[in-house]
Design a protein around this ligand. Sequence first.
Ligand SMILES: Cc1cc2nc3c(=O)[nH]c(=O)nc-3n(C[C@H](O)[C@H](O)[C@H](O)COP(=O)(O)OP(=O)(O)OC[C@H]3O[C@@H](n4cnc5c(N)ncnc54)[C@H](O)[C@@H]3O)c2cc1C
Length: 544
Amino acid sequence: MNRNASLDQLRSEEFDICIIGAGASGAGCALDAALRGYKVAIIDRKDFASETSSRSTKLIHGGVRYLEQAFKKLDFAQLKQVRHGLEERHIVLKNAPHLARPLALMTPVGSWIEGLYFKIGLQLYDTFATNDSLPKSKWLTKKEVLDKIPTLNKKKLHSGVLYYDGQLDDARYCLALVQSAHEAGAVTANYLNVNGFVKDETGKLSGVRVQDAQTGNDFTIKTKLVINCTGPFADHVRLLANPALPERIRPSKGVHVVLPFETLNSEYAMLIPKTSDGRVVFAIPFEGAMMIGTTDTETDNLDTESTLNNTEKQYLVETLNPFLDKQIDITQLKAGFGGLRPLLSADPSKSTKSLVRDHEVEVDSVSGLVSLLGGKWTTYRLMAKDTIDQADSIFSKSNACTTADHMLAGGENYSPGLADHLTTQFALPTDIAKHLVKKYGSRATKIAELTTNNVSLKERLVSKLPYIQAEVIYTVRNEMVIKPRDFLARRIRLEITDWHETLNCLPIVANLMAAELGWNDTEKQQQIDEYALQLRQFIADAGA
Ligand SMILES: Cc1cc2nc3c(=O)[nH]c(=O)nc-3n(C[C@H](O)[C@H](O)[C@H](O)COP(=O)(O)OP(=O)(O)OC[C@H]3O[C@@H](n4cnc5c(N)ncnc54)[C@H](O)[C@@H]3O)c2cc1C
């Protein structure tokens, strides 16, 4: 993906569909629409997946909690969500096996009654998952549980119920969708902020006004249809198109705290089934660390990045501690991140915790704007299908949706065995080879090839982690990395697992980027200073 080439096309060509927002919703729509033969543009005011879609719990799930609520409240909408989620889980895992995998989750219980309750519930969850081969849930003895998660509180533990869901690298999954859309013909660009629309004589949208955040230049993208996929920011774009529309989104903030992997010291995740505010909390291994989340707080602050506050950190640590033998404290925190759920509500009296994570495709009859509202990562493909079905009906077409069987970028010819090949052919250490294959799939070879003429590109960015210098070069050239944060937070996930190490390797990353992007010393220093300031703020706020 080349940003300059995309900008030339966006300025000069006319598109069938212009998609605003390149998170899970927008990227999913772009791929579906491009595969149906539409001429598609997809743009984002920041980097791909830089908002909610890189800040999720990273579970591909029907939602155990939603199932419980569905039965307790006889809520069929929740039940439908669970069923859709479990159907989609299989497809999400199948279409990008390098970026999504089955995850084993343990539910520790304190008595046999509790164990029976969760075993019945999770067995029910299994019966809704009819189309995949994930192992079924199992009630394990105390010893079996401790064999799998040795750090659990032995005194309180009675037994545990094990079940499976999917886990994905959310930012890279979104990028794979954008890349796949690009390869299917879509024109993609990040750092283009939509600040207005052009309308035809009937009042319908015919162009999208954007400002290039890199240069400050304004231009218009000509398009027949605009699809708004801006997640928690959707109301802003809806009102830009038609100020008479009522607001629909109830943004809700959720945060995660990241602790050392040794906190659970396990590849198994843990589900804490009951919290002080009646929710569930997950403790999940991710990229050599352990993240715990999440929270649910209604917010109207959409203008500043969601970061952790003291109450949230305390809540998550206090929720985890009773389950651990050795208590953790907030000073062990390595990183953390917050995001905004794009919850949809017709009823302002409902709390955000009780809102169903469902989606809706809205067509504004005045401006012609199509908005994809609400939803969750797990069902992004269904959400996109419903949206592009709607586009089909606007264009009086009936194209088939083919995304269920479309392998995403890096998933084609993927085999975990590729790591052995990289180790022998390019003399890469095993952990680096495995990391490259897990993140870039079959395209990992391209990164390894960069090291043949320049062995220094094999050097690690952080001494004990598998990230290497060649990745910076590859992602700048192929994945539209524009700023150091694009690379460190989303192409690799170092920022969300270790703030200090991110800060340490920032100068090396900026040096490599400067050489690729032609930055002079002043520009390079500005890039370093801007990001370092932000990271130091995160560290100071968290007391980490
Ligand atoms: C804490 C938390 C945990 C979650 N965990 C899970 C989970 O485990 N599993 C699951 O299935 N779901 C989960 N979700 C939900 C899921 O992450 C979201 O539903 C999904 O990522 C939303 O994607 P989106 O594309 O709609 O929004 P976003 O990812 O926010 O994308 C919207 C994009 O629009 C862009 N944009 C906004 N305004 C403009 C403009 N004017 N011009 C151009 N671009 C613009 C933004 O920059 C952004 O990139 C979680 C959500 C949160 C907050």
